[in-house]
Write a protein that binds this ligand. Structure first.
Ligand code: AHR
Length: 484
């Protein structure tokens, strides 16, 4: 019997809802087909945005959406994506399949999508091939309320009122597809570009600098030292590469991917340590604006479109990653899974008018009560499993909502062992306890023919004790307990 202890007397930071954020790039079928089908489409839509996808995303309470990339952002010229659609320039999407980008989804369409989802926009500017002036004018176009060439142009293009722009990324992966810069060079460029991303008309924009890839601690050191005072957030990207199709997984592959996901904890710890030296007050947030599983593209799909299936393994990966973010919410202020629909570790897959929710979607649904809740100290007795790819078999986090519900999320990473859990709760009185579980075989996934094979179910086999609740969990599962 393993002990899972929650000390709700020990309340920690508020979990920023933006940790449950998403990323949607002009890549493959994420924006086009997945989210935006255009007003003339027979697929039911509102201003071109699919109603089924919008409804599903609203259900998980998407707090913030990053757009337009990714590497796409490094070659995106926003002026090509505003004004009459018939006259918008067509361009080559060089990063993702060399297909034609017709710019029919641009700034106004993205802002309308955020309005429909009731989420905050996080726009990533182009420092790879874009100019300082272009970046300055984009901020002016979106947010200035007075008379100026850009604000007047926005009005002429249909938006009389300025938009609110809370988050702006100054460059993307500038160590790679964003210009192959050194940390030292980027830090200097960042200082210059960000100077002209102004706060117009009362808008307060938080500027997010391109941060490191994975464990590139040198990048964080240089950025914090040279440019820390000019930024509100520093990004971090970490992908878990399997090198195989999502469904082609052995037990070794199961553990190897989860082992890669758990590296997130160590990376955040070390990046946080560096950030603390330059910013002891914690003013600059760590923004993990790309994370998730990266498998081989599904057979028959365009290899440049990064379309992959999504299994129970990806769901457990999401669960442990979100637990890690919760526990580091003193510094992690935003995270954006890559990506929302039809690309990489998607929450939603579409095929024509059909749509399915992936196991990863269900984890976001189960975890949504952590948004804006207060982290509570928690601990679970673990054993190391996984052989050559060691992982702890259990992984948890806990938080208390404003209406005093204690949410505990627990993953069983073991591929084959159930666990008896004895939960001990201190500092939180509760009358009711309920649970929801997501479980399946390792490669369990949803298809358009069988879209609900992997779906959460109520879990009622709970035994109340003096101190909490006891239960058994199967292997390969994610469980949410709600105690009110
Ligand atoms: O998410 C896919 C790509 O991965 C993004 O465009 C890029 O930023 C990263 O390398």
């Amino acid at each position: 019997m393993r002990k899972l202890v929650v000390n709700a007397y020990q309340r920690q930071t508020q979990i920023n809802r933006n940790i449950y954020g998403h990323f949607s790039e002009h890549l493959g079928r994420c924006i086009y087909e997945g989210i935006y089908v255009g007003e003339a489409s027979p697929i039911p839509n509102t201003n071109g945005v699919r109603n089924d996808v919008a409804q599903a995303l609203k259900r998980v309470r998407v707090p913030v959406l990053r757009w337009p990339g990714g590497c796409f952002a490094d070659e995106y010229h926003w002026k090509d994506g505003v004004g009459g659609k018939a006259t918008r320039k067509k361009m080559i999407n060089t990063n993702w399949g060399g297909v034609v980008e017709d710019n029919s989804f641009g700034t106004h369409e993205f802002m309308d999508l955020c309005r429909q989802l009731d989420c905050a926009p996080y726009i990533n500017g182009n420092m790879g091939t874009g100019s300082v002036q272009e970046m300055q004018e984009w901020a002016e176009y979106m947010t200035f309320d007075g008379t100026s060439p850009m604000a007047d142009w926005r009005r002429a293009n249909g938006s009389a009122a300025p938009y609110k722009l809370p988050y702006f990324g100054v460059g993307n992966e500038n160590w790679g597809c964003g210009g192959n810069m050194t940390a030292e060079y980027y830090a200097g460029e960042y200082r210059r570009y960000q100077t002209y991303v102004h706060n117009y008309s009362g808008n307060q924009v938080q500027k997010i600098a391109c941060g490191p890839s994975d464990a590139d601690y040198h990048w964080t050191e240089v950025l914090m030292r040279e440019a820390g005072k000019y930024m509100d957030g520093l990004s971090l990207h970490h992908y878990c590469f399997s090198g195989k199709l999502a469904l082609d997984l052995s037990e070794t592959d199961w553990y190897s991917l989860l082992n890669s996901a758990l590296l997130m904890d160590e990376m955040i710890r070390v990046h946080k340590g560096i950030m603390r030296r330059y910013d002891p007050q914690g003013r600059v947030g760590l923004v993990v604006d790309e994370w998730g599983a990266w498998h081989k593209s599904e057979p028959g799909s365009h290899p440049g479109f990064l379309y992959q299936q999504n299994t129970m393994r990806d769901a457990v990966l999401a669960a442990v990653t979100l637990n890690i973010f919760n526990k580091h919410s003193d510094r992690v202020r935003m995270a954006n899974i890559a990506q929302t629909v039809n690309v990489l570790q998607a929450l939603i897959l579409t095929e024509g008018e059909k749509m399915l929710l992936t196991p990863t979607y269900h984890v976001f649904d189960m975890y949504k009560d952590h948004q804006d809740a207060t982290l509570a100290a928690s601990f679970v007795q673990q054993e190391i499993t996984g052989g050559e790819h060691p992982v702890p078999d259990l992984h948890e986090s806990a938080s208390v909502t404003a209406d005093d519900t204690l949410t505990i999320t627990l993953a069983n990473l073991s591929a084959d062992k159930p666990q008896d859990i004895d939960t001990i709760i201190v500092g939180h009185d509760f009358k009711d306890v309920s649970a929801v579980i997501l479980t399946s075989e390792m490669s369990g996934h949803n298809t358009f023919e069988n879209p609900n094979k992997v779906a959460p179910e109520a879990y009622t086999d709970l035994l109340r004790t003096d101190m909490g609740v006891k239960f058994q969990i199967p292997p390969r599962c994610v469980l949410k307990l709600s105690l009110r």
